[in-house]
Design a protein around this ligand. Structure first.
Ligand code: ATP
Ligand code: MG
Length: 381
């Protein structure tokens, strides 16, 4: 559903993302993990068509992300930027109603649509709040609701949990998981690693513009794991078992506590069973034998540490060569998305797929009592 082919974007002498190749199937949650300056926002903006690639291609479904397809792309994607601003001096209702107009949602459908998205974002109670009275976390929810208004197939959320308290983070994860149930394909970025491991089907680790690992969280951890930690439960002679383990060539380190042994295994994965065999053959009663689950954070730190320096060096070489070729005309247009501009800025800018956006200052308290005219499209899925 989201695909990139050698996607590259540089900023003059500064490289944003290099030769990115990845594919995210429909209905999956993909976590894009990387430290500050890794290239997450750059990639996201390329996928949304807000930046033009220096080279390579990006696709949403079958549609290539390029200027002439911008209208289609806008309809397919719901983009939540990392810096989410909501406009003050209007209520949440008015804010969302404005975007309904921008997305050409017929007036009759707007009430139910707005209520539907606020419910999905756990923000229904904020309907009549003034947007300038919202906390950061509340504001994120309202912006997420806005992102859902046109019922996009693909959600691209840049740092959706940044600035949220631990409770709000949990809520945000629940919301994102719920959105997957509606069949959405979701890409979200974060540098807070444990946050993603529980919610993502797939993850990619990016560092200094390079994708260093891609796959399920488990695949990534396994592929990046240096050592395998075996956790062995023994009945009786723990010390004997610990000694047997320490004498094995593929065991680097052993700690024993109570009836538990923790052994650092450094051999091939295919030979792990030999350790169990060794213990059993020596009459040790093994009641538990398992591999401890790896830690994404640890894997992330290892891979970025290992590749960081190398990537930085090759990046600066490539940058010097390529920046010479770059002409001023290649400078790209940024932030074309009309829907993320203030209403006042939209007055002379008509989005490809919408009527001129009107800020309908509806008296919400009267409309709130009207029966819902239709169900939100997303809920039909
Ligand atoms: N408009 C710009 N002009 C020049 N360089 C830029 C611009 N935007 C980003 N960069 C550079 O591109 C690289 C990637 O930046 P990007 O914003 O994509 O990182 P990120 O992974 O989103 O980081 P963060 O976690 O801080 O949001 C950085 O080296 C950054 O300095
Ligand atoms: Mg960013």
């Amino acid at each position: 559903m989201i695909k990139t082919e050698n996607l590259t974007r540089d900023y003059g002498n500064n490289r944003g993302i290099f030769d990115l190749n990845m594919e995210i199937p429909k209905g999956k949650i993909f976590g894009f993990i990387g430290p500050n300056g890794a290239g997450k926002t750059t990639t996201i903006k390329l996928l949304c068509g807000l930046f033009k690639p220096s080279s390579g291609k990006a696709y949403i479904g079958d549609v290539e992300v390029r200027r002439r397809n911008q209208g289609k792309i806008k309809r397919m994607i719901g983009y939540m930027p990392d810096k989410t601003g909501v406009y003050d001096q209007m209520s949440v209702w008015e804010y969302l109603d404005f975007f309904c107009a921008a997305f050409k949602i017929p007036p009759k459908q707007r009430k139910s649509r707005i209520e539907g998205v606020l419910e999905l974002a756990d923000a229904k109670y904020m309907l009549d709040y003034q947007v300038n009275s919202l906390s950061q976390g509340m504001g994120k929810r309202v912006v997420l609701a806005k992102t859902l208004l046109h019922d996009p197939q693909v959600l691209i959320l840049d740092e959706p949990a940044s600035g949220l308290d631990p409770y709000a983070r949990i809520e945000m994860r629940r919301t994102i998981t719920r959105l997957r149930e509606y069949g959405k394909t979701i890409m979200l970025s974060s540098h807070i690693l444990p946050e993603l491991s529980s919610v993502c089907d797939l993850a990619g680790i990016v560092e200094k513009g390079r994708l260093l690992a891609f796959g399920t969280i488990k695949e990534i951890i396994t592929s990046l794991q240096e050592n395998i930690i075996l956790s062995i439960t023994i009945q009786g002679e723990t010390q004997k078992a610990a000694d047997l383990c320490s004498n094995h060539d593929n065991i680097k380190e052993v700690t024993a506590q109570g009836n538990e042994i923790r052994a650092v295994y450094v051999g091939p994965r295919s030979e792990i069973a030999e350790i169990n065999q060794l213990l059993v053959q020596n009459q040790v009663k093994v009641v538990g034998f398992r591999e401890e689950e790896g830690d994404l954070e640890e894997a992330f730190l290892r891979v970025t540490r290992k590749n960081g320096q190398q990537t930085r060096e090759s990046a600066s070489q490539e940058k010097t060569q390529e920046s010479e070729k770059k002409t001023a005309s290649e400078k790209t247009s940024e932030e074309q998305s009309l829907v993320d501009k203030k209403p006042s800025e939209n007055d002379n800018k008509k989005p490809e797929n919408s009527t001129k956006p009107r800020l309908k200052l509806k008296n919400h308290s009267s409309s709130a009592n009207k029966p819902a005219e239709d169900k939100m499209d997303a809920k039909k899925k």
